[in-house]
Design a protein around this ligand. Structure first.
Ligand code: NA7
Length: 297
Protein backbone atom coordinates (compact mmCIF):
# COMPACT_ATOMS: atom_id res chain seq x y z
CA UNK A 1 0.00 0.00 0.00
CA UNK A 2 1.35 3.39 -0.97
CA UNK A 3 0.21 5.04 2.27
CA UNK A 4 0.98 2.17 4.62
CA UNK A 5 -2.68 1.38 5.37
CA UNK A 6 -4.42 -1.97 4.85
CA UNK A 7 -6.08 -2.88 1.56
CA UNK A 8 -9.86 -2.55 1.90
CA UNK A 9 -12.78 -3.86 -0.14
CA UNK A 10 -14.29 -0.71 -1.59
CA UNK A 11 -17.42 -0.23 -3.68
CA UNK A 12 -17.58 2.84 -5.90
CA UNK A 13 -20.76 4.02 -7.63
CA UNK A 14 -20.76 6.94 -10.06
CA UNK A 15 -17.93 7.23 -12.56
CA UNK A 16 -18.44 10.77 -13.85
CA UNK A 17 -15.94 13.60 -14.04
CA UNK A 18 -15.21 13.20 -10.32
CA UNK A 19 -15.83 9.50 -9.62
CA UNK A 20 -13.53 8.12 -12.30
CA UNK A 21 -10.31 9.74 -11.07
CA UNK A 22 -11.30 9.20 -7.41
CA UNK A 23 -11.80 5.47 -7.89
CA UNK A 24 -8.64 5.23 -9.99
CA UNK A 25 -6.67 6.71 -7.08
CA UNK A 26 -8.17 4.05 -4.77
CA UNK A 27 -7.07 1.32 -7.16
CA UNK A 28 -3.58 2.80 -7.51
CA UNK A 29 -3.29 2.82 -3.70
CA UNK A 30 -3.84 -0.95 -3.72
CA UNK A 31 -7.46 -1.20 -2.60
CA UNK A 32 -9.77 -3.81 -4.07
CA UNK A 33 -12.39 -1.75 -5.89
CA UNK A 34 -15.77 -2.86 -7.28
CA UNK A 35 -17.37 -0.21 -9.49
CA UNK A 36 -20.80 0.41 -10.94
CA UNK A 37 -21.90 3.15 -13.35
CA UNK A 38 -25.23 3.62 -15.13
CA UNK A 39 -23.35 3.87 -18.43
CA UNK A 40 -21.19 0.77 -18.07
CA UNK A 41 -18.78 1.76 -20.88
CA UNK A 42 -17.42 4.57 -18.65
CA UNK A 43 -15.98 1.86 -16.39
CA UNK A 44 -13.69 0.34 -19.06
CA UNK A 45 -10.48 2.17 -18.11
CA UNK A 46 -11.04 1.29 -14.46
CA UNK A 47 -11.67 -2.36 -15.26
CA UNK A 48 -8.47 -2.30 -17.36
CA UNK A 49 -6.70 -0.90 -14.28
CA UNK A 50 -7.95 -3.82 -12.13
CA UNK A 51 -11.42 -2.83 -10.87
CA UNK A 52 -14.24 -5.39 -10.74
CA UNK A 53 -17.44 -4.37 -12.51
CA UNK A 54 -20.70 -4.94 -10.61
CA UNK A 55 -23.94 -5.60 -12.50
CA UNK A 56 -26.07 -3.49 -10.17
CA UNK A 57 -25.56 -0.89 -7.42
CA UNK A 58 -26.68 -3.57 -4.99
CA UNK A 59 -23.88 -5.90 -6.12
CA UNK A 60 -21.28 -3.13 -5.68
CA UNK A 61 -22.57 -2.44 -2.16
CA UNK A 62 -22.60 -6.13 -1.25
CA UNK A 63 -18.93 -6.43 -2.22
CA UNK A 64 -17.77 -3.61 0.04
CA UNK A 65 -16.55 -2.87 3.52
CA UNK A 66 -16.76 0.79 2.52
CA UNK A 67 -19.10 2.03 -0.21
CA UNK A 68 -18.61 5.39 -1.91
CA UNK A 69 -21.14 7.09 -4.18
CA UNK A 70 -20.79 10.26 -6.23
CA UNK A 71 -23.63 10.91 -8.67
CA UNK A 72 -25.20 14.04 -10.14
CA UNK A 73 -28.10 15.01 -7.95
CA UNK A 74 -30.74 13.89 -5.43
CA UNK A 75 -32.89 11.91 -7.95
CA UNK A 76 -29.79 10.04 -9.21
CA UNK A 77 -28.79 9.15 -5.65
CA UNK A 78 -32.29 7.98 -4.78
CA UNK A 79 -32.35 5.80 -7.88
CA UNK A 80 -29.08 4.05 -7.10
CA UNK A 81 -29.89 3.61 -3.40
CA UNK A 82 -33.53 2.50 -3.49
CA UNK A 83 -33.35 0.95 -6.97
CA UNK A 84 -36.07 0.26 -9.50
CA UNK A 85 -39.52 -1.11 -8.74
CA UNK A 86 -39.49 -4.92 -8.53
CA UNK A 87 -35.79 -5.26 -9.44
CA UNK A 88 -34.10 -5.37 -6.02
CA UNK A 89 -31.09 -3.60 -7.52
CA UNK A 90 -30.67 -0.68 -5.08
CA UNK A 91 -27.40 -0.27 -3.19
CA UNK A 92 -29.10 0.03 0.23
CA UNK A 93 -30.33 -3.56 -0.03
CA UNK A 94 -26.75 -4.79 -0.61
CA UNK A 95 -24.99 -2.96 2.22
CA UNK A 96 -23.51 -5.35 4.79
CA UNK A 97 -24.32 -4.74 8.47
CA UNK A 98 -21.21 -3.22 10.06
CA UNK A 99 -20.06 -1.62 6.82
CA UNK A 100 -19.58 2.10 6.17
CA UNK A 101 -21.25 4.12 3.42
CA UNK A 102 -19.86 7.50 2.31
CA UNK A 103 -21.76 9.71 -0.16
CA UNK A 104 -19.77 12.45 -1.90
CA UNK A 105 -22.54 13.66 -4.24
CA UNK A 106 -23.85 17.16 -3.55
CA UNK A 107 -27.47 16.67 -2.46
CA UNK A 108 -29.88 18.26 0.02
CA UNK A 109 -29.10 17.98 3.75
CA UNK A 110 -32.61 16.51 4.16
CA UNK A 111 -31.85 13.64 1.76
CA UNK A 112 -28.52 13.03 3.55
CA UNK A 113 -30.45 12.64 6.82
CA UNK A 114 -32.97 10.29 5.15
CA UNK A 115 -30.11 8.14 3.84
CA UNK A 116 -28.50 8.16 7.30
CA UNK A 117 -31.77 6.85 8.82
CA UNK A 118 -32.02 4.09 6.20
CA UNK A 119 -28.41 3.12 6.97
CA UNK A 120 -29.00 3.06 10.73
CA UNK A 121 -31.88 0.58 10.16
CA UNK A 122 -29.36 -1.70 8.46
CA UNK A 123 -26.63 -1.22 11.07
CA UNK A 124 -24.52 0.68 8.53
CA UNK A 125 -22.60 3.85 9.46
CA UNK A 126 -23.13 6.73 7.04
CA UNK A 127 -21.20 9.93 6.29
CA UNK A 128 -22.27 12.75 4.01
CA UNK A 129 -18.97 13.79 2.49
CA UNK A 130 -19.35 16.18 -0.44
CA UNK A 131 -16.11 17.41 -1.94
CA UNK A 132 -14.58 20.52 -3.44
CA UNK A 133 -11.60 20.74 -5.76
CA UNK A 134 -13.08 19.99 -9.18
CA UNK A 135 -11.86 17.31 -11.56
CA UNK A 136 -8.27 18.55 -11.14
CA UNK A 137 -8.44 17.95 -7.38
CA UNK A 138 -9.95 14.51 -8.03
CA UNK A 139 -7.11 13.53 -10.39
CA UNK A 140 -4.39 14.86 -8.08
CA UNK A 141 -5.88 13.26 -4.95
CA UNK A 142 -6.21 16.77 -3.61
CA UNK A 143 -9.92 17.01 -2.77
CA UNK A 144 -11.34 18.61 0.36
CA UNK A 145 -14.12 16.60 2.06
CA UNK A 146 -16.90 18.22 4.13
CA UNK A 147 -18.10 15.60 6.60
CA UNK A 148 -21.40 15.09 8.42
CA UNK A 149 -22.00 12.03 10.64
CA UNK A 150 -20.21 10.45 13.58
CA UNK A 151 -16.61 11.59 14.19
CA UNK A 152 -15.70 7.97 14.95
CA UNK A 153 -16.91 6.86 11.52
CA UNK A 154 -14.77 9.56 9.96
CA UNK A 155 -11.72 8.25 11.85
CA UNK A 156 -12.41 4.77 10.46
CA UNK A 157 -12.33 5.98 6.84
CA UNK A 158 -9.53 8.57 7.11
CA UNK A 159 -6.85 6.26 5.62
CA UNK A 160 -9.08 5.76 2.56
CA UNK A 161 -10.05 9.44 2.27
CA UNK A 162 -6.36 10.34 2.34
CA UNK A 163 -5.94 8.57 -1.01
CA UNK A 164 -8.49 10.89 -2.68
CA UNK A 165 -8.03 14.07 -0.68
CA UNK A 166 -5.57 15.99 1.41
CA UNK A 167 -8.00 17.65 3.80
CA UNK A 168 -11.30 16.88 5.51
CA UNK A 169 -13.40 18.86 7.93
CA UNK A 170 -15.63 17.26 10.53
CA UNK A 171 -18.65 19.58 10.59
CA UNK A 172 -21.38 17.96 12.72
CA UNK A 173 -24.18 15.38 12.42
CA UNK A 174 -25.47 13.99 9.10
CA UNK A 175 -26.48 16.81 6.76
CA UNK A 176 -23.80 19.18 8.09
CA UNK A 177 -21.38 18.34 5.25
CA UNK A 178 -24.06 19.09 2.65
CA UNK A 179 -25.12 22.33 4.37
CA UNK A 180 -21.58 23.71 4.39
CA UNK A 181 -20.98 22.52 0.83
CA UNK A 182 -24.10 24.31 -0.48
CA UNK A 183 -23.17 27.52 1.35
CA UNK A 184 -19.64 27.32 -0.04
CA UNK A 185 -20.76 26.64 -3.59
CA UNK A 186 -23.14 29.61 -3.34
CA UNK A 187 -20.11 31.80 -2.68
CA UNK A 188 -18.21 30.33 -5.65
CA UNK A 189 -21.21 30.90 -7.95
CA UNK A 190 -21.56 34.50 -6.79
CA UNK A 191 -17.83 35.24 -7.10
CA UNK A 192 -17.69 33.91 -10.63
CA UNK A 193 -20.99 35.64 -11.54
CA UNK A 194 -19.66 38.95 -10.17
CA UNK A 195 -16.44 38.49 -12.13
CA UNK A 196 -18.45 37.96 -15.31
CA UNK A 197 -20.35 41.21 -14.71
CA UNK A 198 -17.15 43.13 -14.05
CA UNK A 199 -15.48 41.73 -17.19
CA UNK A 200 -18.58 42.66 -19.22
CA UNK A 201 -18.56 46.26 -18.07
CA UNK A 202 -14.83 46.73 -18.57
CA UNK A 203 -15.02 45.29 -22.05
CA UNK A 204 -18.06 47.43 -22.99
CA UNK A 205 -16.16 50.50 -21.79
CA UNK A 206 -13.45 49.63 -24.31
CA UNK A 207 -10.86 48.70 -21.68
CA UNK A 208 -8.72 45.61 -21.45
CA UNK A 209 -10.18 42.62 -19.57
CA UNK A 210 -6.62 41.56 -18.80
CA UNK A 211 -6.08 44.85 -16.92
CA UNK A 212 -9.07 44.13 -14.71
CA UNK A 213 -7.72 40.63 -14.00
CA UNK A 214 -4.28 42.01 -13.10
CA UNK A 215 -5.74 44.63 -10.76
CA UNK A 216 -8.03 42.02 -9.22
CA UNK A 217 -5.11 39.70 -8.54
CA UNK A 218 -3.29 42.54 -6.72
CA UNK A 219 -6.36 43.52 -4.68
CA UNK A 220 -8.42 42.34 -1.71
CA UNK A 221 -10.91 40.92 -4.24
CA UNK A 222 -8.35 38.29 -5.19
CA UNK A 223 -9.46 34.69 -4.69
CA UNK A 224 -8.36 31.23 -5.70
CA UNK A 225 -11.40 30.65 -7.88
CA UNK A 226 -10.99 33.96 -9.69
CA UNK A 227 -7.27 33.31 -10.24
CA UNK A 228 -8.23 30.11 -12.05
CA UNK A 229 -11.44 31.15 -13.81
CA UNK A 230 -10.97 34.81 -14.78
CA UNK A 231 -8.27 34.23 -17.45
CA UNK A 232 -10.37 31.41 -18.96
CA UNK A 233 -13.48 33.62 -18.97
CA UNK A 234 -11.58 36.40 -20.74
CA UNK A 235 -10.61 33.81 -23.42
CA UNK A 236 -14.15 32.28 -23.55
CA UNK A 237 -12.73 28.84 -22.62
CA UNK A 238 -15.34 26.85 -20.77
CA UNK A 239 -14.19 23.20 -20.75
CA UNK A 240 -16.09 21.68 -17.79
CA UNK A 241 -14.11 21.28 -14.58
CA UNK A 242 -17.24 21.82 -12.50
CA UNK A 243 -20.17 21.78 -14.95
CA UNK A 244 -22.60 24.70 -15.00
CA UNK A 245 -25.59 22.28 -14.88
CA UNK A 246 -24.33 21.03 -11.49
CA UNK A 247 -23.67 24.53 -10.12
CA UNK A 248 -27.21 25.41 -11.22
CA UNK A 249 -28.50 22.36 -9.33
CA UNK A 250 -26.55 23.41 -6.20
CA UNK A 251 -27.97 26.94 -6.33
CA UNK A 252 -31.46 25.40 -6.44
CA UNK A 253 -30.63 23.19 -3.44
CA UNK A 254 -29.27 26.23 -1.59
CA UNK A 255 -32.44 28.26 -2.28
CA UNK A 256 -34.57 25.32 -1.07
CA UNK A 257 -32.51 25.18 2.12
CA UNK A 258 -32.94 28.94 2.58
CA UNK A 259 -36.71 28.42 2.31
CA UNK A 260 -36.66 25.56 4.81
CA UNK A 261 -34.60 27.56 7.31
CA UNK A 262 -36.44 30.85 6.71
CA UNK A 263 -33.32 32.65 5.49
CA UNK A 264 -33.77 35.04 2.54
CA UNK A 265 -31.10 34.56 -0.14
CA UNK A 266 -31.81 37.38 -2.61
CA UNK A 267 -28.27 37.53 -4.03
CA UNK A 268 -28.23 33.78 -4.66
CA UNK A 269 -31.69 33.97 -6.25
CA UNK A 270 -30.55 36.68 -8.67
CA UNK A 271 -27.39 34.74 -9.58
CA UNK A 272 -29.43 31.60 -10.23
CA UNK A 273 -31.49 33.47 -12.83
CA UNK A 274 -28.30 34.19 -14.76
CA UNK A 275 -27.06 30.59 -14.46
CA UNK A 276 -30.54 29.38 -15.54
CA UNK A 277 -30.43 31.53 -18.65
CA UNK A 278 -27.00 30.25 -19.72
CA UNK A 279 -27.97 26.63 -18.94
CA UNK A 280 -31.07 27.03 -21.12
CA UNK A 281 -29.05 28.39 -24.04
CA UNK A 282 -26.11 25.94 -23.80
CA UNK A 283 -25.68 23.47 -26.66
CA UNK A 284 -23.05 21.42 -24.81
CA UNK A 285 -21.70 20.72 -21.33
CA UNK A 286 -19.84 23.83 -20.11
CA UNK A 287 -17.98 24.86 -16.98
CA UNK A 288 -19.90 27.15 -14.61
CA UNK A 289 -17.57 29.99 -15.59
CA UNK A 290 -19.62 30.01 -18.82
CA UNK A 291 -22.01 32.22 -16.83
CA UNK A 292 -19.93 34.82 -18.76
CA UNK A 293 -21.99 33.87 -21.83
CA UNK A 294 -24.89 35.84 -20.38
CA UNK A 295 -22.95 38.90 -21.55
CA UNK A 296 -20.71 37.42 -24.29
CA UNK A 297 -23.41 35.89 -26.45
P1 NA7 B 1 -20.92 14.01 -13.83
O1 NA7 B 1 -19.62 14.02 -14.55
O2 NA7 B 1 -22.11 14.61 -14.46
O3 NA7 B 1 -21.25 12.50 -13.42
C1 NA7 B 1 -22.49 12.20 -12.86
C2 NA7 B 1 -22.52 10.74 -12.46
O4 NA7 B 1 -23.85 10.47 -11.96
C3 NA7 B 1 -22.30 9.78 -13.63
O5 NA7 B 1 -21.66 8.63 -13.14
C4 NA7 B 1 -23.73 9.47 -14.04
O6 NA7 B 1 -23.87 8.25 -14.74
C5 NA7 B 1 -24.39 9.38 -12.70
N1 NA7 B 1 -25.85 9.49 -12.80
C6 NA7 B 1 -26.57 10.57 -13.20
N2 NA7 B 1 -27.90 10.30 -13.15
C7 NA7 B 1 -28.01 9.01 -12.73
C8 NA7 B 1 -29.11 8.17 -12.47
N3 NA7 B 1 -30.38 8.58 -12.64
N4 NA7 B 1 -28.85 6.90 -12.05
C9 NA7 B 1 -27.58 6.49 -11.87
N5 NA7 B 1 -26.48 7.24 -12.09
C10 NA7 B 1 -26.70 8.50 -12.50
O7 NA7 B 1 -20.78 14.73 -12.39
P2 NA7 B 1 -19.47 14.98 -11.51
O8 NA7 B 1 -18.71 13.71 -11.42
O9 NA7 B 1 -18.79 16.22 -11.95
O10 NA7 B 1 -20.14 15.33 -10.10
C11 NA7 B 1 -20.71 14.32 -9.30
C12 NA7 B 1 -21.24 14.94 -8.00
O11 NA7 B 1 -20.19 15.62 -7.29
C13 NA7 B 1 -22.32 16.00 -8.18
O12 NA7 B 1 -23.27 15.90 -7.15
C14 NA7 B 1 -21.56 17.31 -8.10
O13 NA7 B 1 -22.41 18.39 -7.76
C15 NA7 B 1 -20.46 17.01 -7.13
P3 NA7 B 1 -23.69 8.19 -16.36
O14 NA7 B 1 -22.20 8.07 -16.59
O15 NA7 B 1 -24.26 9.49 -16.91
O16 NA7 B 1 -24.46 7.01 -16.79
Amino acid sequence: MSNGSASRKIGFIGLGLMGRPMSLNLLKAGHSVTVWNRTASRASDLVAAGAKLAKTPREAAAASEILFTIVSDPPALQEILWGHEGQQDGALGGLQPGSIYVDSSTISPALARKVAAACTERNVRFLDAPVTGGDWGAREGNLVFMIGGEAETLRAVEPVLSVMGKKWFYLGPNGAGQTIKLAMNGILALQVGAMAEALAIVSKAGLSEQSLIEVLQASMARSGVLDVKAPLMAKSEYKPSFPLRLMHKDLGLLLDLGNQLGVALPTTAAAREVYSYVKGEAQQDLDYSAVMKFWKK
